[in-house]
Design a binder for this molecule. Structure first.
Ligand code: B12
Length: 281
């Protein structure tokens, strides 16, 4: 059962002016209207507005403005030979302005062979999903999964809120009565600093729990694609371990790694390639 997170879906296409004008009337982009109908017919989206944005010309800036006004959480782009260039530009700009918007591509030109060509590559920078066949069912499934995922994330966030600062100690004390508890923290996260990390470390060490400290790794499903440019990520392309980033110089990360190794050794813990383990004090 889907939640109610998804309030606005934009379906973007560009109906071309008909070449050679052999038809008397303009032909609509039928495919994207079928997708709109399929979403509207789904009771899970009774409270979701599904808007088609079709400006009929290659004016990427106007598409961008129209989308920003509508503020969709999910965008479906319909790619044809006549619309790819313009709509990929739009998608790139949307991704820069708001990386939280999910972008799905469909239509006969939404194929990796095409999006791997120089003007469009690399597509992972702006496309979250390619639908390479009829889109009615696929787009509905994507929208429902997204809605459900966000709903669960909201629930987890709500649960985390109960772990407020003052309640944290109580929860740890209760859990350690009947379970082996491990606390996990990350060293080298962008925006953190050696000083604040050190405070977190000593605080985490003060609990009667195992502590695992992970060297920050720039994963392709997370920081690699979600970090804003100001995070200045510099990471090893093979191990993906962070070398330096916002708040951390390369020296600071090395120094903190040495510090963690020393404390792990002194406390009978373990040193791995990607993490340090500290037994309960
Ligand atoms: C009607 C038509 C036209 C019309 C209107 C086009 C329009 N606005 O849709 C006109 C006459 C304008 C036209 C012209 C041309 N066309 Co024409 N046309 C068609 C035709 C016969 C039907 C389109 C249609 O309505 N299909 C039915 C709908 C339901 O399918 P659909 O549009 O593909 O959409 C489905 C999926 O693709 C997907 N989908 C689509 N968008 C999205 C978006 C998302 C987010 C998702 C998830 C899924 C998704 O789900 C949809 C529903 O199942 C198709 C062939 C065909 N059988 O599709 C060719 C086709 C679209 N045309 C094609 C071409 C190449 C042209 C021309 C360039 C002529 C040429 N040289 O071949 C011209 C140029 C355009 C122009 N400036 O005039 C190609 C496009 C290939 C491509 N990669 O873009 C097609 C596919 C034919 C082919 N050769 O294979 N065409």
């Amino acid at each position: 059962m889907s939640g109610n997170w998804l309030k606005r879906i934009a379906l973007v296409c560009m109906t071309p002016e008909v070449d050679a004008q052999e038809h008397s009337e303009a032909l609509p982009s039928y495919g994207i209207h079928r997708i709109q109908a399929a979403i509207v017919a789904n009771p899970a989206f009774a409270n979701t507005e599904v808007r088609i944005i079709d400006l009929g010309s290659e004016d990427d800036d106007s598409y961008l403005q129209e989308l920003l006004r509508f503020r969709p959480q999910l965008i479906g782009y319909s790619l044809f030979v006549w619309s790819t260039n313009c709509l990929v530009k739009v998608a790139r700009n949307i991704r820069k302005l708001d990386p939280s918007i999910v972008q799905v591509f469909g239509g006969p030109s939404a194929r990796s062979a095409l999006l791997d060509l120089t003007p469009y590559a690399p597509a992972y920078q702006y496309a979250d999903c390619l639908v390479i066949r009829d889109g009615e069912e696929a787009f509905n499934q994507i929208a429902m999964s997204l809605d459900e995922l966000q709903d669960r994330t909201r629930t987890i966030k709500a649960m985390e809120r109960t772990l407020e600062e003052e309640k944290f100690d109580v929860h740890i004390a209760e859990m350690t009565r009947f379970a082996h508890v491990a606390i996990e923290i990350i060293m080298g996260l962008p925006g953190d600093t050696p000083e604040t990390f050190r405070k977190t470390f000593w605080r985490a060490r003060s609990y009667p729990c195992t502590l695992r400290v992970y060297h920050c790794v720039v994963l392709p499903s997370a920081l690699m694609v979600r970090s804003p440019p100001e995070h200045l990520l510099n990471y090893d392309p093979s191990s993906l371990k962070m070398r330096s980033c916002l708040g951390w110089t390369a020296e600071a990360i090395e120094q903190e790694s040495r510090f963690l190794s020393t404390v792990a050794e002194q406390s009978g813990g373990a040193i791995g390639e990607f993490l340090w383990v500290f037994p309960p004090p």
